[in-house]
Design a protein around this ligand. Structure first.
Ligand SMILES: NC(=O)c1ccc[n+]([C@@H]2O[C@H](COP(=O)([O-])OP(=O)(O)OC[C@H]3O[C@@H](n4cnc5c(N)ncnc54)[C@H](O)[C@@H]3O)[C@@H](O)[C@H]2O)c1
Length: 257
């Protein structure tokens, strides 16, 4: 019996915010498992994606660095149309770009709220829409993986905007899964726990916070980006074709109690 592949050979993937942290790991892992990868980074920060591109090429796959600010909807549309024209299609979209502005709820300004929601939720939605319209709907195939967080399924102090945005990403993924199932586009979210990346480095510089997170984490360790790549690869490969509208937690047991 031949079972569906756990690889992504010959697929074309697009990973947003792939110059650092989790996005870098996702892009390289997709390449090591057979995909060519379009990596996007903020305009002016493209150079931080050079290392990602170099490791993709070391894996024998094609890489292209594209400047993209996911808060700018017209830029999303122009960029996606251009990459689809240049590379023919996008099979796998990983919406990874994200920010957090940690604040007590009483201190969150309108500007803080808009910044977080614009990148984490609005950017994710308009990326999904642009890639679906330009490539996935016409080709009747796609795998969309939206990087949410455990903060999308539970609350945590100091994170009103971030938790709201990530909860939106989880439920948005369900809506798109339902709407686009007819086009064979699978839309899922991933909910990582705390992972060591440039995003969390300032948080873990506070030893009290680090100790508190460690106490709450059943597996007793903060994750590394490589701990999350298996979830992305699974949701990107044919073995997960019956999975859509799901949020796969990679949480060290955080949500188990
Ligand atoms: N690190 C964690 O503990 C953790 C846990 C759960 C979820 N996440 C999520 O994983 C994703 C990646 O986080 P990370 O920890 O690797 O952070 P990171 O800061 O290392 O990487 C985020 C990337 O997004 C890019 N980016 C920021 N704003 C952008 C914009 N407007 N347009 C395009 N790109 C933009 C940044 O340049 C950066 O490369 C985020 O969505 C984050 O919310 C992280």
């Amino acid at each position: 019996m031949n079972f569906p592949s756990m690889r992504v050979d010959g697929k074309i993937a697009l990973v947003t915010g792939a110059g650092s942290g989790l996005g870098q790991a996702f892009a390289i892992a997709l390449a090591q498992n057979g995909a060519d990868v379009i990596i996007t980074e903020l305009p002016g920060k493209e150079s931080i994606a050079e290392e990602t591109a170099s490791q993709i090429r070391d894996a024998g796959r094609r890489a292209m660095i594209v400047p993209l600010d996911v808060t700018r909807v017209s830029m999303i549309r122009e960029t996606v149309d251009r990459v689809v024209k240049d590379w023919g299609r996008v099979d796998i979209l990983v919406n990874n770009a994200g920010i957090n502005i940690p604040r007590w709820a009483v201190d969150v300004s309108e500007d803080d709220w808009d910044k977080v929601l614009d990148v984490d939720l609005k950017g994710t939605f308009f990326m999904c829409q642009a890639v679906a319209k330009a490539s996935m709907i016409p080709q009747n195939y796609g795998k969309i993986i939206n990087i949410a967080s455990i903060m999308g399924v539970t609350g945590f102090y100091y994170r009103a905007a971030y938790c709201s945005a990530k909860a939106g990403v989880v439920n948005l993924s369900r809506v798109l899964a339902v709407e686009w199932a007819t086009h064979k586009i699978r839309v899922n979210a991933i909910g990582p726990t705390f992972i060591h990346t440039p995003l969390t480095a300032p948080m873990f510089a506070d030893k009290n916070f680090y100790d508190e997170v460690m106490r709450r984490m059943p597996l007793g360790e903060i994750g590394k980006p490589e701990d999350v790549v298996g979830a992305v690869l699974y949701l990107a490969c044919p073995a997960s074709d019956l999975v859509t509208g799901h949020c796969l937690l990679v949480d060290g047991g955080w949500m188990a109690w």
